[in-house]
Design a protein around this ligand. Structure first.
Ligand code: SF4
Length: 133
């Protein structure tokens, strides 16, 4: 069993949390007593931070709607489709016709990269995140 100090990714408070790892599986989460923000406290979301990581309800492959139903496709196909659709929207209606929603189930680093792609790549500030407080 290993305990890894990290920051809760569910909201912008940034509470300090330990993730308990056993056999390459994240099996628990508990507060860091010495963290300067949370000082040993977590809300109910922070205490359950580990539960979604290995959930069998998570999507593990991209889905595209074809002929009215969602079908599993490769990452290359999904990314090519998405890039083409975004470029078409940008060319026809301008960059502010695009909006991007990020996720608290991504790491802070992934969220940073997505806002960078949105602002610098797509040319819009239309990006938001469910954890914005
Ligand atoms: S969701 Fe709760 S535990 Fe996580 S950072 Fe926000 S207040 Fe802290």
């Amino acid at each position: 069993m290993q305990d890894i100090l990290t920051i809760c990714n569910y909201c912008g408070c940034g509470c300090g949390v330990y993730l308990s790892v056993d056999n390459d599986q994240v099996v628990g989460s508990y507060p860091s007593k010495n963290h300067p923000i949370s000082r040993g406290n977590l809300c109910s979301k922070g205490w359950q931070l580990h539960e979604f990581i290995h959930s069998d309800k998570r999507l593990s492959s991209p889905l595209l709607r074809k002929n009215g139903s969602l079908q599993e496709v490769s990452w290359d196909e999904a990314l090519d489709f998405t890039a083409a659709a975004l470029m078409t929207a940008k060319q026809q209606y301008g960059p502010d016709s695009i909006g991007v929603l990020s996720s608290a189930k991504c790491s802070n680093e992934e969220n940073y990269l997505l806002q960078k792609l949105t602002r610098a790549g797509l040319g819009t500030n239309n990006i938001d995140h469910c954890a914005r407080l």
